[in-house]
Design a protein around this ligand. Structure first.
Ligand SMILES: CSC[C@H]1O[C@H](OP(=O)(O)O)[C@H](O)[C@@H]1O
Ligand SMILES: Nc1ncnc2[nH]cnc12
Length: 287
């Protein structure tokens, strides 16, 4: 078992790892957002990647999502926890709260969102896009942060980089039924599923986007202020994962680790060797 952490806005490194070293990883999809910090925590292997790179250099649309997930898989990651800033559409999901996202509405439009394609076509299930088992472990660890935790929520993934208009914000809340909004968890969740990783997003509410009459429209300063106040909680949550997951790990009850079992439809003799070569890490189990 190896636990992967993808850190979002405000979370660019992880302290406390034994044998910590930043490791460059090359993938068929290019370089990940940054080197990956590897080491162990309570005897469990860990791999940490800052999604936007140290110094926050990658815009949401330009994050190399495929390289990031491939690199995690290549390093042996089995369980991937994503930490993100998000806006909230619900009064009761207030800035400073944690939402353990279980569903998505994907409104991104500009990003490669699959490892598969012409030459090797696959269709995985995304009905339950996050791992129920990992989410339960994360929920337990989140309980130790002292922050209010919401054990489910729908994340609207927008393209950005501009924040939403007020009309969009109200539509996402009232018509699309989203609870929180961010710019990065898609296609990350799709790719994690294709790579057979258990994936659980931790969304830290930083603002009420721009729908709330009693709050200013979101800006980066407000996001960073809330994140800075909650950075210690994010680290407490991550530190609580190895001890809790070590006992629980086995075959995934939700089937995340077997997502490709019946997904590849291209006949073996029709598969393009060049495409298969790029799948050497993510689909090694079935190819
Ligand atoms: C800095 S505010 C907008 C930025 O923050 C979130 O990033 P992440 O999910 O990596 O924490 C949001 O999705 C935007 O990319
Ligand atoms: N309101 C918001 N919209 C999109 N991404 C965000 N990240 C943090 N707050 C956000």
């Amino acid at each position: 078992m190896t636990i992967g952490i993808i850190g979002g806005s405000g979370l660019y490194d992880l302290d406390g790892l034994a044998g910590a070293r930043w490791q460059e990883v090359d993938t068929p999809w290019g370089r990940p957002s940054d080197a990956i910090l590897t080491g162990t925590l309570d005897g469990v292997a860990m791999a940490f990647l800052p999604r936007h790179g140290r110094g926050h250099v990658n815009a949401p649309s330009e994050i190399p999502y495929r390289a990031n997930i491939d690199a995690m898989k290549r390093l042996g990651v089995t369980d991937l926890v994503s930490v993100s800033a998000c806006g909230s559409f619900r009064e009761e999901m207030a800035p400073g709260d944690i939402v353990l996202v279980d569903q998505f509405v994907d409104r991104t439009r500009d990003r490669p969102s699959s490892f598969f394609g012409t030459g090797c076509v696959a269709h995985v299930s995304l009905a339950h896009p996050t791992c129920a088992r990992l989410r339960a472990v994360v929920a337990d660890a989140a309980g130790a942060t002292g922050l209010r935790v919401h054990a489910g929520g729908t994340y609207l993934a927008m393209e950005g980089p501009q924040f939403s208009t007020r009309a969009e914000s109200v539509m996402y809340r009232d018509t699309l039924g989203a609870d929180v909004i961010g710019m990065t968890n898609m296609p990350e969740a799709r790719l994690a599923r294709e790579a057979e990783l258990c994936y659980a997003p931790v969304a830290m509410v930083t603002d009420y986007d721009c729908w709330h009459p009693g709050h200013e429209a979101v800006d980066v300063a407000a996001v960073i202020a809330t994140l800075t106040a909650n950075a210690a909680a994010a680290r407490t949550l991550v530190a609580g994962l190895p001890g809790r997951l070590a006992g629980a790990r086995g075959a995934c009850g939700a089937g995340c680790d077997r997502a490709l079992d019946h997904a590849i439809i291209t006949a073996p003799e029709a598969r393009d060797p060049a495409v298969l070569a790029r799948l050497d890490a993510v689909a090694a189990r079935v190819l």
